[in-house]
Design a protein around this ligand. Sequence first.
Ligand code: ADP
Ligand code: MG
Length: 196
Amino acid sequence: AGGRVEVVCGPMFAGKTEELLRRVRRAEIAGRRVEVVGHALDTRRGAGTVSSHSGFATPSRTARDADDLERLVREAGPLDLVAVDEAQFFGPGLVDVVQRLADRGLVVVVAGLDVTFDARPFEPLPALMALAERVDKLTAVCAVCGEDAAFHVRLAAPTGAGDPGDPLAPVAAHVGGAETYEARCRTHLPDPPWRG
Ligand code: ADP
Ligand code: MG
């Protein structure tokens, strides 16, 4: 009894992982049995760690897909709360798995991107939002103006001299990595699909 689904969503840098780990910490203080699950594709700190951009990190199990998550939770023994980070990597199968875990009495906290870097809905988060008991949609800080940012953009890797008129020119400030991302508010979102 007492199962439910809690979604924490928003763009990159919104604090989704920080909020997920805050809820995990509170559950642990309450003596609940908790498991944190990350995705194999999240390689920021290597497998076995869920970490935030600000440096908070916690040991985690790693799943490759939704079936893997369900198996892992079943084999973990009795649990009260399961926290799943980077939920967008788990694919559409995550929706039914999360519902089944909640039906069995688990609190399932799911954190992930609800929007792609080209400003489209990013399943399965939108479907999970519709079927959750609780949804918290967080915003980041716009890298251009500091307003609340509900979007993020992908900037190409620096390649030397760029067109100074290019809205992606700030890319020159970034070093390393094949690509980089910035949080953006609506005003500073270049070329969203609905503007034609
Ligand atoms: P998410 O999981 O949503 O990507 P994290 O929880 O990993 O976010 O990181 C949030 C932290 O990222 C903030 O507390 C802040 O320290 C840092 N940060 C870096 N850039 C930004 C930004 N543009 N807006 C908000 N926070 C940012
Ligand atoms: Mg995160």
